[in-house]
Design a protein around this ligand. Structure first.
Ligand SMILES: Nc1ncnc2c1ncn2[C@@H]1O[C@H](COP(=O)(O)OP(=O)(O)OP(=O)(O)O)[C@@H](O)[C@H]1O
Ligand SMILES: [Mg+2]
Length: 370
């Protein structure tokens, strides 16, 4: 919530051509503890004052010489842009019902009727300020979040990028040891080198997938009309070696064309289909891709007949590096689904899994229709 102090510190601008009204409001507000009240009796000076002082709330008379309140509101709107929050409280006479409607339609937040009722003035101003300050808070939290996300992405990118070089050199020297000095070592030593080689390979895989992850946000392409049929067929063909190896069957319904980043959609489906084949039980894996049209989104589903997932892990698996199995049973770095989630979010959708252990898993994601 918003603290009382913040409300009393808020900047209020009173605009009324009638000095008596201005004085009255100023006095009321000062008595109530407001510390930042300014006033204007000439509507032609509001635009500049608004631009310079950025008040949190403007109490605005409608009926004024030179310019009426509606024209002033238009000026303020132009400053903030169409999506901005117009912090205007209009002051109207008790009889002006039609004008009040018009003012509210024009974007005013609320109105105060003249002659002023002290209690009403204070309550309405307070509640509007609360909304305004909450609005500001949301904007700034959002900006912070976006910034820290971008920071994280930059960090992941730089870290993984810069790690590649030293890793390459470690890999090279370990491989040279392996090639040239194996004969000079006993069995134990050869075993150690083998493990070091494995470790460098694994680290390389981790770094590459971390780079992939960091690139989802920063290296995205434009959204174009994308044929999901072709994307699924392409993903299956990229996975064909593994599909043949395990005797998997990948099928699909007729799928729609959607607006998407084609490369990322391919990556998403390849990760999901790849998982569906990898986490199989004793039976040969079968994977089916389908889509269902909802009011405002397409819901895509990738269903398999594999080992399934305990529902309690249904969220966790989308976190980076979260895996439910040791490397002994299924290989991987635990980044695939984190990438999937980032891709879906970049498209404005969400992703989740429906599954029970031993009964296969169905991963679903939405893509908004535009
Ligand atoms: N279709 C599935 N059936 C059962 N479990 C799954 C399925 N897909 C994912 N999981 C579980 O979720 C975990 C996270 O999946 P994710 O794709 O992120 O990582 P991974 O496949 O282990 O590694 P990577 O994708 O980086 O190669 C997996 O380790 C697995 O435990
Ligand atoms: Mg995976």
């Amino acid at each position: 919530m918003i603290a009382d102090e913040a409300i009393l510190d808020a900047k209020l601008l009173v605009v009324d051509d009638e000095p008596a009204n201005v004085e009255l409001l100023e006095e009321m507000l000062a008595d109530a503890g407001y510390r930042n009240v300014r006033s204007l009796t000439d509507p032609r000076r509001v635009e500049e004052a608004y631009r310079e002082w950025r008040p949190h709330l403007v109490a605005l008379d409608l009926n004024m010489p030179h310019m009426d309140g509606f024209q002033v509101m238009e000026q303020l709107r132009a400053i903030d842009g169409e999506d901005g929050y117009l912090p205007v409280l209009v002051l109207t006479a008790y009889q002006d019902r039609e004008i009040r409607y018009r003012a509210l339609r024009a974007g005013a937040r609320d109105f105060l009727t003249k002659p002023f009722d002290l209690m009403e003035v204070l309550l309405r101003i307070r509640s509007l300020l609360e909304v305004r300050l909450l609005y500001d808070q949301t904007l700034s939290l959002n900006a912070q979040l976006t910034e820290s996300n971008a920071d994280l992405e930059r960090f992941a990118f730089v870290a993984s990028h810069d790690l590649q070089e030293p890793l390459r050199s470690v890999t090279r020297y370990v491989q040279m040891l392996d090639k040239r000095y194996s004969d000079a070592l006993d069995e134990k030593g050869v075993g150690y080198i083998g493990r070091a080689v494995e470790g460098t390979k694994r680290m390389q895989a981790l770094i590459l997938s971390l780079l992939d992850y960091a690139r989802v946000g920063s290296r995205g392409e434009m959204f174009t009309l994308t044929d999901v049929d072709a994307v699924v067929d392409g993903a299956a063909s990229d996975l064909s070696a593994r599909i043949d190896e395990v005797g998997a069957e990948v099928t699909r319904d007729a799928l729609p064309r959607i607006l998407a980043d084609q490369g990322q959609l391919a990556q998403l489906l390849q990760n999901l289909i790849g998982n569906a084949i990898k986490f199989c039980g004793d039976d040969a894996p079968t994977v089916h891709v389908s889509a269902e049209q909802q009011d405002d989104a397409w819901v895509f589903a990738v269903a398999d007949n594999g080992i399934g997932i305990e529902p309690e892990y249904g969220e966790q698996i989308f976190e980076i590096f979260q895996r439910l199995h040791g490397r002994g049973s299924y290989d991987g770095t635990g980044i695939g689904l984190a990438i999937c989630r980032k891709i879906v979010q970049r498209h404005g959708g969400r992703i989740w899994v429906d599954s029970q252990p031993g009964e296969g898993a169905t991963f679903r994601f939405t893509i908004p229709r535009r």
